[in-house]
Design a protein around this ligand. Structure first.
Ligand SMILES: Cc1ncc(COP(=O)(O)O)c(C=O)c1O
Length: 333
């Protein structure tokens, strides 16, 4: 956990307000019933100025989460896009984490939120990689949780709703209490699903596997980035279920997520993973960082710059970016 350090502004219901004044009522409906959908996004320093990574994809997922929950967002995607840019400009830090959130506000109680006003905010703060410095160097120590990942018969895992995170919090606390850094949740079929805030990848004999969307995961945008990079690099990959014991026998394991980045897993339940080296993980980590920091040609369209002319500079001479994005869209599942 990292303590929140205040930045000058938070965007709340259409306005930039001082950090300390971004308050809601304790009887806000969403606080009681978790009727709240959100996103986690990062901005990074690039050679052309600060840029937000895959902003449009995150806003699309926010729209889908709201739709699944019959929540009518009071702002359009274009308005939220503009709000995110305005906030990053106002706070003036390039490397930051952005948290758009929409939740049922003050005014009504009871389980049916359909008459509640929806409050929308975007917070921003500095957040180092979620699994701590060891995740970048030696790797995370993980454990298979005794808690089962929610499935779509009870709560929709593909909606990024606050309610889902009670499941993750139970698993995370259990892992920490047991002396580990992170939990890996199995789904109700006993197959590997994901971490508490990350997707998971397994490398065995140079083939990379990650559980499919149907396994109870959140469809991570970092996961999609990793799959696209594997495709570009000609590294074999599959979206397939795997078991707990296949975690233990992996050559490499890593987590992927906006907050965590690409984080190698060093051990699971006291069993060291592979021989301790993680060349494919390291390669993907480097490529991912290059994309996020605007250093990898062909991925300019993943970056939202604060000023339109920065985008023009950044994508000038790399029009294959659009072709690549379209080719991947046709291929991605
Ligand atoms: C449960 C869960 N799985 C996976 C992810 C990774 O998703 P992304 O790569 O879009 O950050 C997250 C993070 O939002 C998450 O909370």
């Amino acid at each position: 956990m990292v303590a929140l350090g205040p930045l000058p502004k938070i965007w709340l219901n259409g306005e930039l307000v001082p950090w300390e004044e971004a308050r809601v009522h304790v009887l806000s409906h969403g606080l009681h019933y978790a009727y709240s959908v959100f996103e986690g996004i990062r901005s990074h320093r690039t050679p052309h100025g600060p840029a937000i990574f895959r902003l449009d994809d995150h806003l699309e997922r926010l729209g889908n989460s709201a739709k699944i929950y019959r929540m009518k967002l009071p702002y359009s995607t274009a308005e939220l896009r503009h709000a995110a840019i305005e906030l990053v400009q106002a706070n003036g830090i390039a490397d930051a984490y952005l948290r758009p959130i929409a939740f049922s506000g003050y005014g009504e109680m009871g389980l049916d939120p359909s008459h509640s006003e929806i409050d929308v905010a975007i917070g921003e703060w500095y957040w180092p990689p979620l699994l701590g410095p060891t995740s970048e160097v030696g790797g995370t120590r993980a454990t298979v949780s005794s808690w089962t990942r929610i499935d779509s018969r009870s709560l929709p895992p593909q909606a990024k709703c606050a309610a889902n995170y009670a499941n993750g919090a139970l698993a995370k606390m259990e892992a920490i209490a047991g002396g580990y850094d992170e939990a890996i949740l199995l789904n109700s079929a006993g197959m590997v699903a994901e971490g508490t805030g990350e997707n998971i990848f397994r490398v065995k004999n140079d083939v990379v596997s990650t559980p499919p969307a149907s396994s109870g995961i959140l469809r991570g945008i970092t996961r999609d980035t990793v799959l696209q990079l594997l495709h570009e690099e000609g590294i074999a990959f599959q979206r397939t279920d795997f078991t707990r014991e296949e975690l233990y026998s992996a050559d490499e394991l890593f987590f992927s997520g906006t907050a965590a980045g690409i984080a190698p897993i060093r051990e699971v339940d006291g069993r060291p993973i592979g021989d301790g080296r993680h060349p494919i993980t390291d390669r993907i980590h480097r490529l991912y960082e290059e994309c996020a920091q605007g250093l990898r040609p062909g991925h300019g369209l993943w970056l939202t710059y604060l000023e339109p002319q920065q985008l023009e500079q950044a994508v000038a001479g790399e029009m294959q970016a659009r072709d690549q994005a379209q080719a991947w869209a046709a291929y991605a599942k």
